[in-house]
Design a protein around this ligand. Structure first.
Ligand code: ARG
Ligand code: ZN
Length: 881
C-alpha cells in the first residue's frame, strides 16, 4: 500500500516537461498475476529545454525489468529506478530517441482498482488521475499527449475479447492457446484516457450515422446474459450523440465507440477515448431491477461520458488543477441534455437539491476549496462536488451572462481554438470574452474564491414614486486558506409580480444592470431601483437558481404563496414552497428538542397541498414539492449545536401534520396516479410513479399499521414501486412482521442480482434510529456482504454515514467509532474508497458538543493510525484542522 509522502503540489509550480512524447507503443502480455508490459516511447527534447536535463518518469508500486535506449540495453550507470520513478540521464540533445521500458505487474493483487486490475475474470483499467503510472513508467500528466498503439496478447479461451482505445487494427492467433489484437488511437491523448479491457463478455451492438454521414459502430459489453439490460443505455447513447451534434455541433471522431460495464469500480464511469468503462450500476436496467432514478442516472452518465469526447478528450486539462475545465463543463452539458430530454424545471429542482445537500456543506466546511484549486496533496480527493457541480453552475452562469447565442459562439471558439490541446481555465474564459466582448475578470472569481456567497436582499415599494427599491448585499464567507474575499459578479434572475399574479415589467432600472431578467450584482452593496411599477410588487429573486448562493430575503407567507401559485418559472414556485416550509421545519427541530409539541403554519400546508393537487402541474413537479428538505438540509440551515434526533422528530411531526391535513388528497392521488399499460421509463410515467409514491409515504405517515405499504409492496410490478414500498415498511414500521417479511422476501427474490442487493443494503442502512448500527453489523456477517466490492461498501457503510443522521449520529458515538474502524480497514485495500466515505464526517463541527466530541475522537483514532494512505491522511487532516 502507498504510504503518505506528505508532498503538496502547487499550481504555481507548473512547468512543461523537458521532453516531448511523440508516440506510444504498448504491448501487454496479459496474465492474472504476472502481466508483462512493454512500453516503447519516442521522445525528443523540447526546444529550449536544458540539454543536460534527465528524463524523469512517474511510477507507482512498479519495478523495472528491462530498459532499452534505441534498442540497446541502458547501462546501470545511466539510469535509476525506484517504485515511484525512473530517471534516465545522458539522453540525446536534439534527436528523437526511443525508450523501451518493461515492467511486470500483478492485476489480481490490485485491490486499489487503479491502473490495471482484474475483477470477476475481466481485466480492466482505471487511469484517471494517476493510475497509468501503476502500469508502466511514464510522464503521467495530462499535458503529455500522444497517439497510442496498443497490442494485447492473452489466453484466447479466457479472453476472447481484447479491447483498447481507438480503432481496431487487426488480430490473429499467437500460439499456445493465445491470441493478440492491435488497436490504434490516432487522436493524441494523455495517459489518463488510456484503457484496456480483456475477458469474456456479452455484446449489444448498434450503429449511429453522424451528421456528416459516417457510420459509427456502437458496442456495449456486459456480463453474459445481461445483454437485454443494456438496451436503455444504448438508446441513451444514441440520443446523446444526436444531441451533441444538434446543440454543440460536436461529431464523434472514431469508427467505433465502446462501453464496458464492470461490477468492481471506484467511481461512476470513465471517459477513456473510444472505450468508456462504466460501473455496471450506470448501464444495466430493466423494470424489474431499475428504479426511475436509476434510469435517469444511466441517461445522465452515458451522456456525461460521451460528451467528454470533446470536453475532456479532444480538449483536455493542462494540469489537474484545471479539472473543472472538463468536469464542470461536462456536467453542465449533461444537465442541459437531461433538461432537454425530460422536464427542464423538474431537472433544475433535482440539480439544486443535490447541489445544496452535497456541495453547499462541502463549501461551508473544512474541505471547502475553489472550483479551480491552487494546491493539493492527493488529486483523487479533488473529484469533488465543488469541481463537478459548482463547476457546472459556474459554466451555467457564463451562459446566463452571455445569453444563448454568445455562449454558443464562445463554445465554438473554444472548440476551434483549443482542439488537440491541454488548456487552463484562463484559456476557457478567454474564449467567452473574445466571443462576447465582455470582461469576465470579476466573474472569474467564481473559479478562485471558495465558499457559498450569502446575498442579503430587501425591497421597499414607494407608492408615490411608483418605484421598487431592491437593496442587495453580498458576503463570501472565509474558507480554509482564504480569509478575505473580493465581491463577486452575481447574476440574479429577477421578476416582479402584481397581487393578481401578473408580471410587472419596469420601464427602466437604475443602480444595477438588468438584461432580460438578469440583474447583475457586482459590488459589495448595491441598490437597484425599478421604475414605473404601478402597485406593490412581490419579488421573485434568483429564479431558476441562476446563481449558487445562499439568499436571505424575508418574505411574508402570503407573498411566497403567491409566487408558489403564479410564477412562470416553475423552479421558483418550488423554491417558494421550500421557503414557506423551512421555517416550520427549523422550529419543529427546536421544539422537539425542548419537548414542546410541534406545530405547522396553515399557509404552508395549504400551499403544499394546493400544489400537490394542482392538475395543471406535471406530476413530477408535484412530487418534488411534496419531498420536504432532508434532515441534513435542516441541520445545515440550523447551522450548529445540532441534535439529529430532535431534527428527525421535528421533521416527522411536520410530515404527520401534512399527512393528516392532506389525507383525502393523498388517497385520491394514490388511486389516480397509477400508470396504466406496460412499464415505460419515460419522464412522464416516472413522474406519476414519483407522485404516487410520495402520496403513499404520507398516507403511511398517518397509518398506524403497515397494511397499506405491505399491500403496495405485494402489488408492485416494477423496482420503483417495490423499493418505495420497502423503504416505507423498513423505515416507518421496521419491527413489524410485514416489514420483516418484505425485507426477507426482497432478499430472496433478488439474491442473485448484486445491483438490487445493493438497494436492499442501502434501504436498511438508512433506517432511522440507534438500532440500525447493530443491524448493519449483522448484515456484514451475512454471505451477501462483499467487503471488496465498492458498490456494496458504498451501499451499506456509505449510506449509513451519509444518509442516516440519527443512526450514524447516535448519541453514544458508536456510529462514528464504527466508521473509523471501517475506514482503517478499507484503506488497506482501497484508499480512494476509504477517503470518499470518510468525507461523510465533514460537517461534524455542526453537532451538539457531546456528539461532536465523539466524532472528534473517532477522527483522531484514524489520524493516529500508522500506515494511512495519502488519500485518507489528506482528508482526516483537513477535516480535523
Ligand atoms: N472522469 C470521470 C468522470 O467524471 C471520473 C474519474 C474519477 N477519478 C477519480 N480519480 N476519482 O467522468
Ligand atoms: Zn466527468
Amino acid at each position: 500500500m502507498r504510504t503518505d509522502t506528505g508532498q503538496i503540489i502547487h499550481l504555481a509550480d507548473y512547468r512543461p516537461t523537458d521532453f516531448v512524447l511523440e508516440r506510444v507503443d504498448l504491448t501487454f502480455d496479459l496474465h492474472p498475476t504476472e502481466t508483462k508490459v512493454e512500453a516503447r516511447l519516442i521522445f525528443h527534447r523540447r526546444e529550449g529545454a536544458d540539454p543536460k536535463a534527465p528524463l524523469v518518469l512517474d511510477g507507482d508500486e512498479l519495478s523495472l525489468s528491462g530498459l532499452l535506449l534505441d534498442q540497446v540495453d541502458v547501462p546501470a550507470s545511466q539510469f535509476e529506478a525506484t517504485a515511484e520513478s525512473l530517471t534516465v540521464r545522458d539522453l540525446p540533445e536534439s534527436t528523437p530517441f526511443e525508450l523501451t521500458i518493461t515492467t511486470v505487474i500483478n492485476p489480481e493483487a490490485n485491490t486499489q482498482l487503479m491502473g490495471l486490475y482484474r475483477s470477476g475474470g475481466i481485466y480492466c483499467t482505471q487511469c484517471e488521475a494517476e493510475g497509468f503510472r501503476r502500469i508502466t513508467y511514464f510522464p503521467d500528466r495530462p499535458d503529455v499527449l500522444a497517439p497510442y498503439t496498443v497490442n494485447i496478447i492473452a489466453d484466447k479461451a479466457a479472453n476472447p475479447l481484447l479491447l483498447s482505445n481507438g480503432n481496431f487494427l487487426g488480430g490473429a492467433g499467437y500460439g499456445e492457446g493465445k491470441h493478440f489484437a492491435a488497436w490504434f488511437d490516432p487522436h493524441p491523448k494523455p495517459s489518463y484516457l488510456f484503457a484496456l479491457v480483456a475477458g469474456d463478455l456479452g455484446l449489444v451492438e448498434d450503429t449511429f450515422v453522424t451528421m456528416s454521414g459516417r457510420e459509427v459502430a456502437l458496442k456495449i459489453y456486459v456480463e453474459h446474459g445481461k445483454e437485454p439490460r443494456a438496451a436503455y443505455a444504448m438508446d441513451a447513447l444514441k440520443r446523446s450523440m444526436k444531441w451533441d451534434e444538434e446543440r454543440f455541433g460536436r461529431e464523434y471522431d472514431l469508427d467505433i465507440f465502446m462501453i464496458v460495464a464492470v461490477s468492481d469500480f471506484n467511481m461512476g464511469a470513465m471517459e477513456n477515448k473510444g472505450l468508456n468503462v462504466f460501473n455496471d450500476k450506470y448501464v444495466l436496467a430493466d423494470p424489474e431491477i431499475a428504479t426511475d432514478a436509476d434510469y435517469a442516472n444511466i441517461e445522465a452518465i452515458i451522456a456525461h461520458e460521451y460528451f467528454h469526447n470533446w470536453t475532456g478528450n479532444r480538449i483536455t486539462c493542462r494540469d489537474w488543477f484545471q479539472l473543472c475545465i472538463k468536469e464542470g463543463l461536462t456536467v453542465y452539458r449533461d444537465h442541459e441534455f437531461s433538461a432537454d430530454q425530460r422536464s427542464r424545471p423538474v431537472k433544475r429542482i433535482a440539480e439544486v437539491r443535490h447541489l445544496k445537500s452535497e456541495q453547499f456543506p462541502e463549501d461551508s466546511g473544512p474541505l471547502a476549496h475553489p472550483v479551480r484549486p491552487t494546491k493539493y496533496r492527493e488529486i483523487n480527493n479533488f473529484y469533488t462536488t465543488t469541481v463537478y457541480e459548482k463547476g457546472s453552475e459556474v459554466t451555467r452562469m457564463i451562459a446566463t451572462l452571455l445569453g444563448r447565442d454568445l455562449f454558443k459562439k464562445g463554445m465554438d471558439l473554444y472548440f476551434d481554438r483549443h482542439d488537440g490541446q491541454a488548456v487552463t481555465i484562463e484559456d476557457f474564459i478567454k474564449c467567452f470574452e473574445d466571443a462576447s466582448g465582455r470582461d469576465l475578470t470579476q466573474f472569474s472569481l467564481w473559479y478562485h474564491q471558495a465558499g457559498t456567497p450569502l446575498v442579503t436582499a430587501s425591497g421597499t415599494y414607494d407608492a408615490a414614486a411608483k418605484s421598487f427599491t431592491l437593496s442587495l448585499e453580498q458576503m463570501v464567507p472565509a474558507t480554509p486558506g482564504q480569509a478575505t474575499k473580493e465581491p463577486m459578479h452575481i447574476p440574479l434572475r429577477t421578476a416582479l409580480f402584481a397581487a393578481d399574479g401578473a408580471l410587472l415589467t419596469p420601464t427602466s432600472v437604475t443602480g444595477a444592470e438588468l438584461t432580460d431578467d438578469v440583474l447583475h450584482l457586482t459590488a459589495r452593496t448595491q441598490t437597484a431601483v425599478f421604475h414605473d411599477i404601478p402597485s406593490r410588487p412581490v419579488l421573485s429573486l434568483n429564479r431558476s437558481f441562476s446563481t449558487p448562493i445562499n439568499l436571505q430575503l424575508s418574505q411574508s407567507a402570503k407573498d411566497l404563496a403567491l409566487i408558489a401559485r403564479y410564477e412562470t418559472d416553475h423552479f421558483a414556485r418550488w423554491q417558494a414552497l421550500i421557503d414557506l416550509g423551512l421555517p416550520n421545519l427549523l422550529q419543529a427541530a427546536r421544539d422537539a428538542r425542548q419537548g414542546i409539541p410541534v406545530t405547522c403554519d396553515a399557509a404552508f400546508v395549504d400551499a403544499l397541498l394546493a400544489a400537490a393537487n394542482d392538475e395543471s402541474l406535471e406530476p413530477a413537479f408535484r412530487a418534488q414539492a411534496l419531498a420536504l428538505p432532508s434532515e441534513a438540509d435542516i441541520a445545515r440551515e440550523l447551522g450548529g449545536n445540532n441534535d439529529p434526533d430532535a431534527i428527525h422528530t421535528g421533521r416527522q411531526a411536520i410530515l404527520a401534520l401534512i399527512a393528516e391535513a392532506g389525507k383525502n388528497i393523498f388517497a385520491a392521488l394514490y388511486d389516480n396516479m397509477q400508470t396504466p399499460g406496460p412499464f415505460s421509463p419515460d419522464a412522464a410515467s416516472a413522474g406519476r410513479r414519483a407522485l404516487r409514491n410520495a402520496a403513499l409515504t404520507y398516507l403511511s405517515q398517518s397509518d398506524n399499521a403497515p397494511a397499506r405499504a405491505k399491500a403496495a409492496f405485494d402489488a408492485a410490478n416494477n423496482m420503483t414501486d417495490l423499493s418505495a414500498a420497502l423503504t416505507i415498511l423498513a423505515h416507518r414500521f421496521p419491527e413489524t412482521a410485514e416489514a420483516k417479511a418484505a425485507i426477507e422476501g426482497f432478499r430472496d427474490r433478488f439474491a442473485g442480482n448484486a445491483l438490487v442487493i445493493d438497494k436492499w443494503f442501502a434501504i436498511q442502512a438508512a433506517i432511522p434510529g440507534a438500532a440500525t448500527l447493530e443491524r448493519i453489523q449483522g448484515l456484514m456477517e451475512t454471505p451477501l456482504f462483499k467487503r471488496t466490492n465498492p458498490n456494496r461498501m458504498r451501499a451499506l457503510v456509505g449510506t449509513f454515514a451519509f444518509a442516516n443522521p440519527t443512526g450514524f449520529g447516535r448519541a453514544d458515538g458508536a456510529g462514528y467509532r464504527f466508521l473509523a474502524e471501517e475506514i482503517l480497514d478499507i484503506d488497506q485495500r482501497n484508499p480512494q474508497l476509504a477517503a470518499r466515505i470518510l468525507t461523510s464526517m465533514r460537517s461534524w463541527r455542526l453537532l451538539e458538543p457531546v456528539r461532536a466530541d465523539h466524532a472528534r475522537s473517532a477522527l483522531m483514532q484514524i489520524e493516529r493510525a500508522g500506515n494511512l494512505s495519502t488519500d485518507v491522511r489528506d482528508i482526516v487532516d483537513r477535516i480535523l484542522k
